[in-house]
Design a protein around this ligand. Sequence first.
Ligand SMILES: Cc1cc2nc3c(=O)[nH]c(=O)nc-3n(C[C@H](O)[C@H](O)[C@H](O)COP(=O)(O)OP(=O)(O)OC[C@H]3O[C@@H](n4cnc5c(N)ncnc54)[C@H](O)[C@@H]3O)c2cc1C
Ligand code: FES
Length: 320
Amino acid sequence: MENLEPTNNQQPITAPAGRDTVLHEIGRVIESLPAYGKHHILRIHAPKSAAVIKPGQFLHIYCNGPIVQISERLVDPVPEPSGLKRLKRKPLLRRPISVFRRDSDQGEISILFRQVGLGTEALSAYGAGDNVDILGPLGRGFDLDGDAPALLIAGGIGIAPLTALAAELLGRGRSVTVLAGMRDALSFPLLLDNSSTILGCKAGIALMCEMGAVSAVASEAGEPGTHPGLVTGLLEIFLEQERAEDYEAFVCGPGIMMARVSKMLTEAGVPGQALLEERMGCGIGACMACVCRTRTRGEETKYSRVCVDGPVFDIKEVVW
Ligand SMILES: Cc1cc2nc3c(=O)[nH]c(=O)nc-3n(C[C@H](O)[C@H](O)[C@H](O)COP(=O)(O)OP(=O)(O)OC[C@H]3O[C@@H](n4cnc5c(N)ncnc54)[C@H](O)[C@@H]3O)c2cc1C
Ligand code: FES
């Protein structure tokens, strides 16, 4: 796995034993769109990755500035800071970002991310025509073998991978209900509307409604039409409904939210999968930076690597 440096070629990289081939692809940004809050969407032409990526898998992206800009800097170098200051300015490691939407016919992948630091800030500066260095698809995505109605539970930016999942499940003819939690409507990346007809909410997610899913939102700021409070409050009402245990749940959000949601689902007898967003180093199973504790049998536990054993796990497998 030595060839992790950016090149202008597309080349397959040997995958860990038993995994699909990992592609190294130089994608091209088609569109760069600021979204609500500190969020951003990049539409990327990356046909090889778009052909094979599954919901819940991620791209490991080199965020060291668009390649065009780097080569421009070589021609006309600006004074570079040295030592620690230099390291602080340029993210050395790739950053893992989930697939948000994909169009395999057009060879396009979109990512939706929140700007939290150096890497995501650099990514948000990419513009149309810039090259973006991608390693992927990485990780084990969602298991899509079931046929139960799907309950998707998102906290904040956790809506990004669940949007790709919703599209895939709807395409397979499964019904999709989305419960989303947010601090307030303006810090959530997607547009809200009045499409909700469930759980006493009026506020839903416009994109989910367009795609054919039912949605309801909980807001800590309690805007009119939302469920005031946390997404666990919405889930509590959902689980009181008849036949809630017929659903299969899919969860992504902050760790504390996923822990609480997983406990509620397990107690209610609802099976589920959760996407863990641990910090990563290599992204390919070599450095152990991303481990989480999982159950093997009974109370026995072990460390699993989120990048290759996950990022999607059965909710009962994770030691929350
Ligand atoms: C499998 C996977 C999929 C992901 N998908 C998405 C996605 O679709 N959209 C998105 O916005 N983000 C996603 N993330 C999180 C994203 O990778 C991080 O936000 C990003 O790496 C931060 O890089 P940075 O250089 O901007 O921030 P840094 O400068 O590295 O860190 C800035 C701050 O963010 C915190 N931070 C960094 N990474 C994480 C993390 N993984 N979890 C919690 N806090 C973190 C740091 O502790 C620090 O306080 C995903 C993570 C994983 C593991
Ligand atoms: S990030 Fe290196 S082992 Fe997971």
